[in-house]
Ligand binder design. Structure first.
Ligand code: V0D
Length: 259
């Protein structure tokens, strides 16, 4: 039976030694498995989301302590509206509860909150909590905690293409001037520069797909998949994922310079 355990999971490693000079500057996380975590405990899905928010707090501090510059968390996708109304309503008050309980800790740790996505489509109370978190942490110049809220990568790219087309129509840009930099600047990650692109993308809970997250930005990211469900994810799991990242040879389309 042990032959089935041949796939190595970064989370299987115990506390690991990290190269502190090669901490990924931008880590993005698809926080999957909250519902599954709850189901396995015979709890309602919202109990998983509640525990998931506690994990967000712990991992934010752990990432900040490790010297990460940007932590992007996929909190709500443009597809998540298809979930039951009760669950969507519960999710929408999580930023309120996060703001009420966690902003002092963010400030203490010098963490700045940013948000990307179609925030104007969220309920007013959610928008207020998000805007308050952004406002109260705007002078923090440590790690950026960037929530993807009502975000989808294709929608982001469509909006970006519209912006660029408008610049051309207005005569601010010619067609042949459009390049990588133009596209970068038109996407929702532009404000994260020079860390717009994640170095490491982590997806929890065993699924190995991108699900419409940061498709332009992860062109050269290292992808780490772990079976650990988001509510069970700890600082040790994060370190194990970073150790996996550090074990890889990043080439950006070129060849290794150490071979
Ligand atoms: C549920 C697990 C923090 C994944 C984490 C509205 C899904 C907990 C926030 C949050 C969610 C967002 C913006 C902000 C402050 C906090 C959050 C949602 C879901 C969707 F400014 N956790 N969290 N937002 N979950």
């Amino acid at each position: 039976m042990f032959a089935f355990f041949n796939k190595k999971d970064p989370a299987d490693m115990d506390d690991v030694q990290l190269d502190t000079n090669r901490i990924p500057a931008h880590i993005a996380v698809i926080m999957d498995g909250n519902g599954r975590w709850a189901k396995s405990r015979h709890l309602p899905r919202i109990a998983g989301h509640k525990e998931g928010m506690n994990t967000v707090k712990k991992i934010t501090i752990a990432a900040s302590d490790l010297g990460v510059k940007v932590l992007t968390l996929y909190a709500f996708s443009t597809e998540n509206w298809k979930r039951p109304t009760d669950e969507v309503n519960y999710l929408m008050q999580l930023p309120v509860s996060f703001f009420d309980t966690f902003v002092p800790d963010l400030i203490k740790n010098n963490v700045q909150v940013q948000v990307m996505g179609y925030v104007d489509k969220l309920p007013a109370a959610t928008q207020t909590a998000v805007n308050n978190a952004i406002e109260e942490t705007k002078d923090c110049d440590g790690m950026v905690l960037n929530f993807a809220l009502n975000y989808g990568s294709r929608a982001e790219i469509v909006t970006g293409v519209q912006k660029i087309a408008q610049q051309v129509a207005d005569g601010q840009l010619t067609v042949d001037e459009i390049d990588d930099t133009t596209v970068d600047a038109a996407l929702m990650t532009a404000s994260l520069a020079p860390y717009s692109d994640p170095d490491l993308l982590i997806r929890t809970s065993g699924e190995e797909r991108i699900s419409n997250f940061l498709m332009w930005q992860i062109a050269y990211s290292e992808l780490v998949f772990t079976d650990v469900k988001w509510p069970d994810f700890t600082a040790a799991t994060l370190k194990a994922c970073i150790a996996d990242y550090q074990s890889r040879d990043r080439r950006f389309g070129g060849i290794a310079d150490n071979k």
